[in-house]
Design a protein around this ligand. Structure first.
Ligand code: SF4
Length: 435
């Protein structure tokens, strides 16, 4: 199957030859360019931006890390030359380097990964390579931070392009969450109820900065993934009267709904407004306070796409990620993490039609790996994650060849004080058991 990157290049070229826009087939023909074009644009403009793809309209915070210029030789190298150089560097480094590739990463990078998985699987996979002096994380910034927290101090975690952040993670910054917390403490007080439960427990999704994981560690809170969000919410409700859930409102809402929490007890917290835009009573009556954050990849899915898939393929199995809006999750046959989606497809013993609501690189790879099934992305427009796109084989070749020369570039480090508290929140997550 043609990779997402190649498909965008073909569409863009063909439509340009016909003098037409590629808008109906891909959300941005700029995806056909090398990500270094955006590194240059950012340095010229002096402000960061997510680049083409699903998050292109999201505003990147001023503090978002930017990538310096990729040396010219890597921009000019052909795909074949980069392939030769990456393989040669990898061979020279041997067990000293391990390459991790997220499910949403482009195929052109995934082909070099020693492990492919979701963010937490990858951070744990790195632990199985204690001899690796360098962990090259082909994912986004918060994932590299988690890998740094879980790896040994001697191991260097490298993000090949520093501009590979995550628009969702950026929607909850530490200052805004601290400010929210102060307002909630003032409103709720700090007294426990008759069952010994504190007024509110902070829960952060894995897709957040290390600083916010540390915030949760310091304040009796916990981290969750899309696989264990339900278990984590149950853990939190045993210890707290309510939950502050950030940054993804959809994962919070979809999960709390499965636990029977009514929508009217899930107010949204808008960090730009006093009391998050709520009146005091709504917060006092709340069970889950949802941060106003979302994933721009999963926000693209809608009920109309599901209706079309069902009309085109009667009996189709529609599976979506819980970062999708609630009405999409409600209309699907099932919802779950990337691991859940993979397992659901693996469990189908007869040829099946599947419409999947998650990032296109992963869906296309599942389709290629399972030719016995008809698997396609619910969104007909090719629109990958903007920040995963910022990693390209050129950056991978660069960081690997620097390692061969004994130089570590683009290292991601989390301060010890942040690490200690973030680990507490992560350890609570690992200890939480399903009911
Ligand atoms: S898919 Fe969404 S949540 Fe995942 S890295 Fe991209 S923007 Fe962030």
């Amino acid at each position: 199957m043609t990779s997402v990157n190649t498909a965008v290049q073909l569409i863009t070229r063909e439509e340009a030859e016909k003098g037409r826009s590629a808008a109906g087939a891909t959300c941005s023909s700029a995806l056909a360019k090398g990500p270094w074009e955006y590194d240059i644009a950012e340095s010229l403009a002096g402000v960061p931006a997510y680049g083409p793809g699903a998050s292109s309209a999201d505003v990147a915070p001023a503090a978002t890390p930017r990538q310096g210029q990729l040396p010219e030789q890597y921009k000019l190298a052909s795909d074949a030359e980069l392939d030769t150089r990456i393989r040669a560097a990898k061979q020279k480094l041997g067990d000293k380097a391990v390459i991790l590739g997220h499910f949403y990463q482009r195929d052109e990078v995934i082909q070099y990964a020693d492990f492919v998985g979701d963010s937490f699987q990858l951070a744990n996979a790195a632990l199985t390579k204690p001899d690796a002096e360098a962990i090259i994380f082909c994912g986004v910034h918060f994932m590299a931070e988690t890998a740094d927290i879980l790896s040994t101090p001697e191991q260097a975690v490298i993000l090949p392009n520093l501009a590979a952040g995550c628009s969702m993670a950026d929607m909850a910054d530490t200052d805004s969450v601290e400010d929210c917390w102060e307002q909630l403490e003032e409103l709720f007080g700090t007294d426990v109820d008759a069952d010994g439960r504190v007024p509110v427990i902070p829960v952060t999704y894995m897709n957040s900065s290390a600083a916010l994981k540390a915030f949760c560690g310091r304040n009796g809170g916990i981290v969750c993934t899309s696989s264990n969000a339900r278990t984590v919410l149950e853990w939190a409700f045993e210890r707290g009267q309510r939950v502050l859930f950030f940054p993804d409102q959809h994962l919070g809402r979809n999960t709390a709904k499965t636990l029977g929490v009514p929508l009217e007890q899930m107010p949204m917290w808008n960090p730009r407004k006093e009391l998050g835009g709520n009146d005091e009573q709504a917060l006092l009556d709340s069970r889950v306070i949802l941060w106003h954050g979302f994933c721009s990849v999963h926000k693209r899915f809608n009920v109309g796409q599901i209706e079309k898939a069902r009309a085109d393929f009667p009996g189709i199995n529609v599976i979506v990620h819980p970062e999708c809006p609630m009405e999409v999750v409600d209309a699907a046959d099932s919802a779950g993490s990337t691991d859940f989606i993979k397992k659901a497809i693996a469990a189908a013993t007869t040829p099946t039609d599947f419409a999947i609501g998650t990032e296109i690189n992963m869906v296309n790879r599942l389709a290629a790996e399972n030719p016995q099934h008809n698997i396609f992305c619910l969104d007909p427009v090719i629109c990958p994650c903007s920040t995963m796109y910022r990693i390209h084989p050129g950056y991978l070749a660069w960081v690997l060849e620097e390692l061969v020369e004994g130089r570590v570039v683009n290292r991601i480090t989390v301060d010890d004080s942040v690490q200690d508290h973030a680990k507490i929140a992560l350890e609570r997550m690992l200890a939480a058991k399903p009911k």
